[in-house]
Write a protein that binds this ligand. Structure first.
Ligand code: C5P
Length: 233
């Protein structure tokens, strides 16, 4: 089965539901994203429960940000789960990113740049010297130079990122919406999954456009993942 370059955001407070979502979609989804809420609630046991029902990869979205020694320890603590991706804040600096990379040679340490929840005014208030796009590109370059194998950025930043970091880092973008869902929820500056891939992303993070179909049952959710994925393969 050809899995699409989709990272499914498994955003649910129920482990049982998470497992059912993974079972329903895993033929069409390459990577499952487990976030901080999931990890703090269900821990390594929860991650292993997900891995028990799929051979797709795990994206552990913990957004680590601390001194290098502490991040190294945290990264080593998740090594036994063998996540394909682990996020760290690039603003922790190159030494911190490298500490995670050294601790997890088989994982793609993934640099988060500027949170898209921050406005230009927020970015300026925090003290970044450049506007959000340029600051994000700078942070991506720091992360990649320190050994990060992937970066997360908004769809609108993909082209600039790709030009600056070259072809090898994996670019992962949330904030994508299939055409039939544009403007129906809180994601504002969106692109379609296909446009994001065409702009240079390797993987698109998709949550609700797929998970909302769970209310119609497992088969409907599977078909939705297949439909969105078919456009990307
Ligand atoms: O449901 P939806 O498709 O909006 O889910 C997108 C996922 O990507 C969520 O887990 C959300 O937290 C995450 N995300 C995002 N925008 C960012 C960074 C992460 O939507 N800038």
């Amino acid at each position: 089965m050809n899995k699409a370059p989709i990272v499914l955001a498994v955003d649910t407070p129920s482990l049982e539901t998470a497992i059912e979502w993974v079972k329903a979609t895993q033929d069409h989804v390459s990577v499952f994203k487990l976030g901080l809420e999931f990890f703090l609630t269900f821990g390594a046991e929860g991650v292993k429960a997900i891995q028990g029902v799929t051979d797709s990869d795990i994206f552990l979205d913990l957004k680590l940000h601390d001194i290098p020694h502490t991040v190294s320890g945290a990264a080593k603590a998740v090594a036994h789960m063998a996540p394909k991706f682990l996020t760290v804040h690039a603003s922790g600096g190159g030494a911190m990113v490298k500490a995670a990379v050294d601790a997890l040679p088989s994982t793609k340490v993934t640099g988060v740049t500027i949170l898209t929840s921050l406005s230009e005014a927020d970015v300026s208030e925090i003290g970044f010297a450049s506007a959000a796009l340029q600051s994000a590109v700078n942070l991506a370059k720091i992360a990649v130079s320190a050994g990060a194998g992937a970066i997360v950025c908004s769809p609108l930043e993909i082209s600039a990122m790709r030009q600056q970091v070259g072809t090898s880092p994996i670019i992962i973008t949330p904030g994508v919406r299939p055409l039939d869902m544009v403007g129906t929820d809180d994601q504002q500056r969106t692109m379609t999954p296909k446009a994001a891939i065409n702009a240079g992303a390797n993987l698109v993070v998709i949550g609700r456009p797929i998970t909302q179909s769970w209310t119609q049952g497992a088969q409907a959710m599977k078909e939705r993942a297949q439909e969105i994925g078919a456009d990307l393969i």
